[in-house]
Design a protein around this ligand. Structure first.
Ligand SMILES: Nc1nc2c(ncn2[C@@H]2O[C@H](COP(=O)(O)OP(=O)(O)O)[C@@H](O)[C@H]2O)c(=O)[nH]1
Ligand SMILES: [Mg+2]
Length: 330
């Protein structure tokens, strides 16, 4: 990483990874271009940014003229964050979505039942996480939209089928396929802007169908053959084992805090709809989610929560904690 990247640059980079539209991506890249220190050491990075900006502009023009969404296909973010399900055919991706959400995707014992990526909301306590069901990835097939969706996701769930002997091989195919692209899976999310533009999305390994005969032995074999440093969850999407542990882990991986807003005139906050923001997020960010006028007009807020005395008066740079109750004053 080149020295002295500004806070604004780093923030734009983070937002770039999470962008859900081409316009948003372009905006972030333009901020990064403006903020990047201009010297020899960043030549390569500047060139990369320039070519990405040019490519996005071309994509935007072609989308506008054809009226069709191209490779820039994105699913609007919703809820506390996004987790994308990945795996070979029949790993149980759709079945897991059906078990964790109210969605009813088609589940069937033949490959390619799911043909387009589709979102569904997974409830956790009083919030929800967006899960994205996807078509399978195989040695010779990967939906072109998946790259952007994986990059934009906060978490990937790589699913393994423990019912079939070829489950291990099919999972290896997914990893091999991705290793030929710039979209990779890793224990931690990051974006290598300087090198070759590789993006890494934080991943859980989710081994499914532990209820099936021989599953435990296949799981052992899997760990020997494909050692991965991802957190691992062993589940049965169909019979329910391990699902609540996984549900909570998915929520925790979003790394957000919940904040409840309260009107100055009200005794109680609105408990039904917490705002979620990334851990480390400030009062000003939250105020902007309530109404964009607060971005310029916020004078102070009173906070009730674990880290402060009840009703403490704070300013925009106050870092919010989970379950804080906030009363905004313009
Ligand atoms: N025994 C067992 N079968 C499962 C489990 N999860 C999914 N299946 C079956 O595996 C097949 C493929 O499931 P599906 O969700 O369509 O897989 P996808 O292609 O990854 O979306 C279906 O016949 C499911 O009923 C599980 O936990 N245990
Ligand atoms: Mg499916």
């Amino acid at each position: 990483m080149p020295a002295n990247l500004t806070q604004q640059y780093l923030k734009a980079e983070e937002n770039y990874r999470r962008a859900t539209t081409l316009e948003e991506e372009l905006q972030c890249l333009q901020v990064m271009m403006k903020e990047i220190p201009k010297h020899k050491g960043t030549d390569h990075l500047q060139a990369e940014l320039k070519s990405k900006i040019a490519k996005l502009k071309r994509e935007l023009i072609s989308e506008k003229s054809s009226g069709k969404k191209g490779h820039g296909f994105r699913i609007p973010r919703q809820g506390a964050g996004t987790a994308i399900l990945l795996g070979g055919p029949n790993a149980g991706k759709s079945r897991l979505i059906a078990s964790l959400t109210r969605a009813t995707p088609e589940v069937a014992p033949y490959p390619f039942t799911t043909t387009v990526a589709a979102p569904a909301m997974m409830p956790w306590e009083d919030v929800a996480v967006q899960l994205i069901d996807t078509p399978p990835i195989t040695a010779d097939y990967m939906d072109a939209h998946l790259h952007g969706l994986i990059r934009a996701a906060d978490l990937a769930l790589l699913m393994v089928d423990l019912e079939n002997d070829n489950g291990i091989e099919l999972c290896q195919e997914v990893l091999d396929r991705l290793s030929q692209t710039k979209t990779r899976l890793a224990a931690k999310s990051s974006l290598d802007e300087q090198g070759d533009g590789l993006s890494y999305t934080k991943t859980f390994l989710v081994t499914n169908k532990i209820d099936a005969p021989g599953a435990a032995e296949r799981w052992k074999l899997f760990e020997e053959l494909i050692p991965l440093d991802f957190p691992k969850y062993v589940i049965s999407a169909e019979h329910g084992s391990g699902l609540e542990v996984l549900r909570e882990a998915i929520y925790r991986a979003m790394d957000v805090v919940r904040v409840y807003s309260k009107l100055p005139s009200a005794k109680e906050p609105d408990r039904d709809r917490p705002f979620t923001l990334r851990r480390g997020g400030t009062l000003l960010e939250m105020a902007g989610m309530v109404h964009k006028d607060f971005l310029t007009g916020l004078r102070f807020a009173r906070v009730w929560g674990s880290a402060v005395h009840d009703g403490t008066q704070v300013k925009g740079d106050y870092v919010l904690n989970d379950k804080d109750v906030v009363e905004l004053h313009a």
